[in-house]
Design a protein around this ligand. Structure first.
Ligand code: ADP
Ligand code: ZN
Length: 734
């Protein structure tokens, strides 16, 4: 730490004259703690360094001191350099999220204080510019340096040495003579400024109408929510880019949320083509240095557009004028660990607190958003046609009860369509939402299923790597030769398909086709996935086989066939959103086909051709499907007609977890309109070596389910060996 900054101390005698304040620390504590504040007036949002026990950490002045701490016990917190303050709207947002999710406010604050180094004193890089002095003698090396520096630019010593092939001592010598003068550079170069007029397309009249509307919303500086509801390829992105341009032109900042990092790269390039430079990016793969740069630039207002994952929602924007949530229906927006929140819902809250518009873009809006649009709470902008001459693809079902052979996963119909695509030099996508070779490995002798030692889940064979892998905890083991139960040799049999197996079958059928697999595996990694997607874009491969990573966002003009290997996957027992989710995913996959001038075909392989999801996909009746879902949800009083909260208990001591579950259920307060289900073992009873039990609270729409859960838990003592996670509005049910 910089020595000029008063360091927090324990000198109790010194606190008497100091103002007191409640300081929130980024820890899962019950609330803020009182401190004496040295060197600053208490102001909500003021970032301070505060002692806690033997540690010292960042904290934020949250409000007036509670009182009650004896003078002698009061410790001293001190502001950070330049007295940086988190925007009030961000502090309010933290409080809001904490109240809603029932997470400790400090745990939510931790989301907003991800980069403590961003509050440190500015670091300067030593650098030099051309000075007026003349060196006593000129060597060839010195001459080269001066020739370079005569352009008047400032460079670091190492840059100069590198560009002129001299040793650092040459630079030092020139500095001593005054021919170069020290001119420190800031730690980070300035971010490029997106240019709204860099390269805009001519919008169609529909797109123009939507864009105009969104521009007006940005200009109004008021909260408003807009569902940008357009079929895949209709130009939703182009339309909302106009609103982004408007916000930038007005001098403000924009946040664009994207559901997955893997999609970010393509998006950044597309943004750059439209605005002349990439936006700042924010996600978990950034280096510490990049994080610090972006965090600071957001805080100072320098970063005008941030594209990022859900955690970008907690950045300290100075002047936020627009939030965009792309693919708003995506379940990846739900944060399932730590503070459990839905980034789309919280984005609406943040927009409200920032008094700015929010755009929710999707071709398959979530039921919640669809209903908000229908009821008029959200503004509803529709783009019903694909851009240009592109038409929506034709969707057909392949009944796998009739058209399949044992051990084969590609039907005659799909093979025929693939053959046709290959002959006409077009491209195809084969989609299967299962990584690896086979989802289940069974012993043919004794029927034993190979399961993970840490999780109650099957091990998935990854034949290419010769391993069985747990997709939950990452446990892996070489594929055994003997059954681990009965020791039979060579008896292990792969059951069902994963993408690797589809690839194998495809290669056998079409040995001359060029094919690549893109899977969201951690081991094949985002680079390999990106490489496959790039190869597809460039036409270097004919067929891309992939998991849901390939389903979204991509635009391959030559792609005219999307084959869904198993359209029946995607159910989920007890999950009220299973049908909706399945529809969204299959619709997204379908949307990859026929995006340019050639008509597209989609083949869905299914054993349930009568399923409402299949029927809606074939008929293209999305709204009718959603209306049908509305009826089902209303009948079952599930969201948005009722409210849900899940309580998930977990721990390494199974008995303690189960016992706590029983106690918790027994102590649930009786309340009208509230039902508590469970405890029941979670779908995966064991995950990462921890036993899991679930309770589900279901209530009417008008009941404050948070208050109910809060007052319930206030009276229950959870043993320290058991962890309790609260999931308000759960979207996954395992
Ligand atoms: P969506 O976000 O609805 O899927 P996109 O904005 O990605 O649609 O548009 C699909 C494709 O059509 C993109 O390649 C996009 O650049 C192109 N496109 C959309 N609208 C226009 C337009 N008005 N002029 C030129 N190209 C457009
Ligand atoms: Zn496991």
């Amino acid at each position: 730490m910089n020595s000029a900054i008063p360091s927090p101390t324990d000198a109790a005698s010194a606190t008497g004259a100091l103002p007191r304040a409640a300081v929130l620390l980024p820890l899962p504590l019950a609330g803020a703690y009182d401190y004496a504040l040295a060197g600053a007036e208490p102001q909500r949002g003021l970032v301070v360094r505060a002692p806690l026990g033997k540690r010292e950490m960042l904290g934020v002045v949250w409000g007036a001191a509670e009182g009650g701490v004896a003078e002698a016990k009061l410790r001293i917190a001190a502001p950070m350099p330049h007295h940086r303050v988190l925007p009030a709207s961000l502090c309010d947002f933290v409080d809001w999220v904490a109240r809603y999710t029932l997470a400790p406010p400090g745990a939510v604050l931790a989301q907003a204080l991800r980069v403590p180094a961003a509050f440190d004193e500015e670091i300067f890089r030593p650098a030099f510019g051309r000075g007026a002095g003349t060196p006593d003698r000129l060597t060839p090396a010195r001459t080269r340096v001066l020739a370079l520096m005569d352009d008047g630019l400032v460079r670091t010593a190492s840059d100069i040495a590198e560009q002129t092939s001299v040793t650092p001592s040459v630079v030092r010598g020139l500095a001593d003579s005054g021919a170069l003068v020290s001119s420190p550079l800031p730690e980070f170069s300035p971010l490029p400024l997106p240019d709204g007029a860099f390269d805009n397309v001519t919008l169609s009249s529909d797109q123009f109408r939507a864009a105009e509307h969104l521009r007006e919303a940005v200009k109004s500086h008021e909260f408003s929510a807009h569902l940008l509801d357009g079929v895949t390829g209709s130009g939703k992105t182009e339309a909302y880019f106009e609103a982004v341009a408007e916000a930038i032109a007005g001098g403000g900042q924009v946040l664009i949320l994207l559901p997955e990092i893997a999609l970010t790269v393509q998006f950044l390039e597309r943004f750059a083509a439209r605005f002349g430079c990439r936006p700042a990016e924010w996600h978990s793969d950034l280096t510490q240095r990049a994080r610090k740069q972006v965090y600071r630039a957001v805080m100072s207002g320098e970063a005008r557009v941030v594209a990022g994952a859900r955690s970008a929602l907690f950045l300290p924007f100075q002047d936020l004028r627009l939030i965009v949530v792309d693919e708003e229906h995506e379940h990846a927006y739900k944060q399932e660990e730590g503070v459990i929140y839905h980034a789309r819902d919280m984005a609406v809250v943040r927009a409200r607190l920032e008094h700015c518009p929010i755009i929710l873009a999707s071709a398959t809006p979530s039921l919640e958003t669809y209903m908000n649009a229908k009821s008029g709470r959200y503004d509803w902008l529709r783009l019903d046609y694909r851009h240009g001459v592109a038409e929506m693809p034709r969707v057909e079902l392949v009944d796998m009860r009739k058209d399949s052979e044992p051990g084969r996963y590609l039907s005659q119909a799909l093979r025929g369509a693939l053959q046709h695509v290959l002959e006409s030099g077009e491209q195809a996508l084969l989609f299967l939402n299962r990584r690896g070779y086979a989802p289940l490995t069974l012993c043919a002798a004794c029927g034993h299923k190979e399961t993970c030692k840490n999780c109650s889940a099957w091990l998935v064979e990854h034949r290419f790597r010769g391993r069985l892998v747990c997709h939950h905890c990452g446990f892996e083991t070489p594929t055994p030769v003997h059954c681990s139960q009965c020791a039979a040799e060579q008896s292990l049999t792969a059951c069902g398909p994963g993408v690797e197996r589809v690839e194998e079958e495809f290669r056998a059928a079409f040995p001359n086709a060029r094919v690549a697999v893109a899977s969201s595996d951690t081991f094949s990694g985002p680079n390999e996935t990106q490489a496959a997607i790039r190869a597809m874009s460039k036409g270097e491969i004919d067929v891309l086989i992939g998991t849901q990573i390939v389903a979204k966002g991509h635009h391959f003009p030559q792609l005219t066939l999307a084959g869904v290997v198993d359209a029946d996957l995607g159910g989920g027992a007890g999950d009220p959103r299973a049908a909706e989710r399945s529809f969204q995913l299959l619709h997204q996959v379908s949307g990859r086909s026929g995006r340019a001038d050639k008509p597209g075909l989609v083949l869905l392989q299914t054993r349930n051709p009568e399923d409402p999801v299949m029927r809606a996909l074939v008929a293209g009746t999305r709204d009718a499907f959603l209306e049908d879902q509305i009826v089902t949800r209303e009948r079952s009083q599930t969201p948005p007609f009722g409210r849900l909260a899940a309580l998930i208990l977990s721990g390494t001591e199974g008995d303690a977890v189960r016992e706590t579950g029983r106690l918790l259920a027994a102590s649930a307060p009786k309340a009208r309109g509230v039902t508590v289900w469970g405890p029941a073992p979670a779908f995966y009873q064991m995950l990462r070596g921890r036993t899991r039990e679930r309770l589900l609270v279901q209530s009417g729409r008008n009941i404050d389910i948070q208050s109910y859960v809060r007052s319930w838990l206030a009276d229950v003592k959870i043993p320290s060996s058991v962890h309790l996670a609260i999931d308000i509005d759960p979207v996954s049910f395992f």
